[in-house]
Design a binder for this molecule. Sequence first.
Ligand code: FPP
Length: 230
Amino acid sequence: MPSSLQCQEKLHVAIIMDGNGRWATARGLARAAGHEAGIEALRRVVRAAPDENISILTVYAFSSDNWKRPESEVAALLDLFRRFLDSETEDLVRDGIKLSIVGRRDRLPQDLVCEIERVEAATEWGDLLHLRVALDYSARDMIVEAAKKAAASGELSRDSLTAALGAPDVDLLIRSSGEQRLSDFLLWECAYAELHFSPKPWPDFAASDLKEAMASFHHRERRFGALQAA
Ligand code: FPP
């Protein structure tokens, strides 16, 4: 697709916010301090996203495999999500940001589920940016559940599965901290995503890094399996 057309498009960008732990350890801090600093980086990116024509931003905050981490780190992360939801609602509503949590809810503490429902209801009319936070998320599990839902409705197809998953294809996937893998994130939605790997740990990720990733995205030619336009 010509880059001029790509420029006008509203984009779905996904981010694997990796490297919080290493960032903290390198500074002699507890890993939880890295996650705290990760929230600041998320705020920077959310503020910068609308100017980059991003209408949907999906971020990976806690994978279903993250339950395998030490109990203390899991507790610190859940507490951080609680505090984030509690402190952010007013700003999200003011800034026109709709917040959704994607992933399983049946294993989250009940008070966190209530807080999620409260913030989702409060922000549901936000139309500047849709911020989707993946919590207890596994793309494989999501695909299985979506396939069951689509099949039960009588039509199992690409479109019905995409609809059941609840988000359009990802245009650009960013991963911080130098790792180059998908880690069970948005596997269906990323079928034709462009990939951008940043060496920076997530807490150091700045608005300028998002800008750089978007600039690189706009220089790519996306052919979706077809040939270059004449
Ligand atoms: C991966 O880094 C990051 C996480 C498992 C947690 C991500 C959470 C945040 C950025 C906090 C803010 C999010 C919200 C929505 C409040 P890692 O711990 O695996 O880092 P490492 O690979 O260096 O150990």
